[in-house]
Design a protein around this ligand. Structure first.
Ligand code: AHE
Ligand code: ZN
Ligand code: ZN
Length: 189
């Protein structure tokens, strides 16, 4: 059987809704669920193969998107959240009961500061932006995936209409590079 990339990708992608205005993410605990309310749809949703983003059981990739931090609030059981790795650029707030990551926040100077990282599969609402591309594909090899199988993984992404990259997408990498050049005074701010 082919390995699972992610439940939102394995059987083809369902497009989101232009008029969708947000909803609630819940952790996977049976009781006392942590809830996070998002006040709009998400942006830049993508599959991510990196070692740090939360993946559902059995999936090779995460599906992760961003939303402005002022549109995110923790609306239940915030006391169950704990930061996975304080030293990471993205501070991922995970449920200590079930391990899901409810949101990732950037506190240090960073091109994406002000955006929080979220997983829309933790919501039962329909209409969230669909994945737009696959990022950090080769990173799954770093985590032990057999490199002989990587062409099939890239092929599967292509077959559902997603481009694959080994970093973020070119527009996001260009945005990071522009921010870096501005910081260094090599481009006007
Ligand atoms: N090969 C590494 C790559 C990790 C990485 O750089 N991940 C990106 C994307 S995460 C969401 O798209 C990143 O920005 N990480 C910063 C952070 O995680 O704090 C690996 O697999 O670990
Ligand atoms: Zn939980
Ligand atoms: Zn990632």
């Amino acid at each position: 059987m082919a390995p699972s990339i992610h439940p939102l990708i394995d059987n083809g992608i369902t497009k989101g809704s232009e008029s969708f205005t947000g909803g609630t993410l819940s952790c996977l605990c049976d009781t006392d669920k942590v809830e996070v309310t998002l006040g709009s749809n998400v942006l830049h949703n993508h599959a991510c193969g990196c070692s740090k983003c939360w993946k559902p059981e059995g999936a090779l990739f995460s599906v992760v998107a961003v939303i402005p931090r002022d549109l995110l609030s923790v609306t239940a059981n915030e006391s169950k959240l704990s930061i996975v790795d304080e030293s990471a650029a993205i501070q991922r707030h995970a449920c200590t009961g079930c391990g899901t990551h409810l949101y990732g926040r950037i506190e240090k100077e960073h091109p994406f500061k002000g955006l929080d990282f979220v997983h829309v599969e933790l919501s039962s609402e329909k209409g969230w932006q669909e994945p737009q591309f696959a990022a950090f594909v080769s990173s799954i090899i770093e985590q032990g995936f057999d490199p002989k199988g990587i062409d099939a993984i890239r092929g599967k992404f292509k077959s559902v209409g997603l481009e694959t990259y080994d970093a973020l997408s070119p527009p996001l990498m260009d945005a990071i590079a522009t921010w870096t050049a501005q910081k260094a005074g090599k481009l006007p701010s």
